[in-house]
Design a protein around this ligand. Structure first.
Ligand SMILES: [Zn+2]
Length: 362
């Protein structure tokens, strides 16, 4: 399964929405947005922290965003006669739209962009933030999707990655899903987000430096060598199929963390073959079921697609999915406290080999 048709509309405030339909003969674009929305807020400021060498986005308007609405007022459900949501059509398969409260957009407010001090340059947070709804079923979850729908979602992410990578000034496209109120999710409806960053995020910079150093030292490719070593060792592998391996990183930071890696090194989702896209869903759904089975209740998680950057360093990047949870026991969450938050130094009290063995056994 993939999407057979693609229909784009503008919401009443000018934001773009795209329906990805699994059947060709549906006409969702004919439903207009009947709401009278105010113009979207201007984009965030990027402020450079000279002490840490990092850019920080400051987005004041995000304070007012929707927080856990009742299910009959869910902005991600299809619209009904009694409630106009973000999605005007009465049903959808997969839909993507610009976030109403984006961290990055192309809506500049030039007056705000002034330098604070010589050491702290400021620039506009030019980029794009989208919401992706995986299903119109409010009470569903990604783990309950059919493999055919997961394939559609992968194709939609490929479409979005290609289109957002081509936008002026975009450095990296990052699709992700936050699941569970424990992670800070503000809407229960199954959905993810896609960020098009104007700068290369800190973790990606670290990964590029590591891959570059390894190549300089050995002449070899870091991703290829690490994946081959994990598959040979086997002790941290959770599950695998012909095209993908899911394993717990040897130095994982989180109590339960799994990387899903394609066996062929590719820069991003658009570069995946048909066979690789088809093989992803069954393995990922298997890992999500193991996550939910760990403590007998829905596991809060963050699922993060790491892709190659758009510009310099692209050849060092590699696609993989990082899935991790902050739940370390049935009634215990790992909070990022002093060492992690203040120093960026992680202490993980679940041994990765034990985590892998537990996940394998479920
Ligand atoms: Zn909903």
């Amino acid at each position: 399964m993939t999407f057979k048709s693609r229909q784009a509309i503008r919401l009443s405030d000018g934001r773009e929405l795209v329906y990805f339909n699994e059947e060709a003969q549906v006409h969702r674009a004919e439903y207009p947005d009947t709401r009278q929305l105010p113009p979207p807020p201007p984009t965030s400021q990027l402020r450079y922290d000279p002490l840490i060498d990092e850019w920080v986005a400051v987005a004041a308007h995000r304070h007012t965003r929707t927080f856990l609405p009742p299910s009959d007022a869910c902005p991600l459900c299809p619209s009904s006669p009694s409630f106009a949501s973000e999605i005007p059509a009465p049903d959808y398969d997969v839909v993507v739209f610009e976030n109403q409260f984006p961290s990055f957009s192309d809506r500049l407010q030039p007056d705000e962009i002034t330098s604070l001090t010589d050491q702290v340059p400021v620039r506009a947070g030019v980029g794009r933030c989208e919401v992706i709804c995986f299903t119109s079923d409010h009470n569903g979850s990604f783990g309950k999707l059919a493999p055919s729908r997961v394939r559609t979602v992968v194709d939609v992410l490929a479409d979005r990655t290609a289109e957002m990578s081509a936008l002026t000034g975009v450095a990296q496209v990052f699709p992700f899903e936050n699941r569970g109120v424990e992670i800070g999710v503000t809407l229960h409806h199954p959905h993810g987000q896609i960020y098009a960053y104007p700068t290369v995020p800190p973790r990606t910079q670290q990964m590029l430096r590591a891959a570059g150093r390894y190549r300089d030292r050995t002449g070899r490719d870091l991703y290829t060598d690490v994946l081959a070593a994990e598959r040979a060792a086997g002790v941290r592998v959770v599950a695998s199929n012909e095209h993908w391996t899911a394993y717990v990183p040897a130095a994982s930071r989180w109590p339960y963390e799994v990387q899903l890696a394609p066996h062929r090194k590719v820069p991003d989702i658009p570069a995946l073959s048909d066979e690789e896209r088809d093989a992803f869903g069954p393995l990922y759904l298997d890992v999500l079921r193991r996550f939910d089975a760990l403590f007998g209740k829905p596991m809060p998680y963050i699922s993060a697609w790491h892709q190659a950057v758009v510009g310099e360093g692209r050849e060092l990047g590699y696609l993989h999915l990082q899935l991790f949870s902050i739940r370390r026991a049935a009634d215990k969450l790992k909070f990022l406290a002093g060492s992690e938050s203040a120093m960026g130094a992680f202490v993980n009290d679940v041994v990765p080999e034990r985590a892998a063995k537990t996940l394998r056994s479920l």
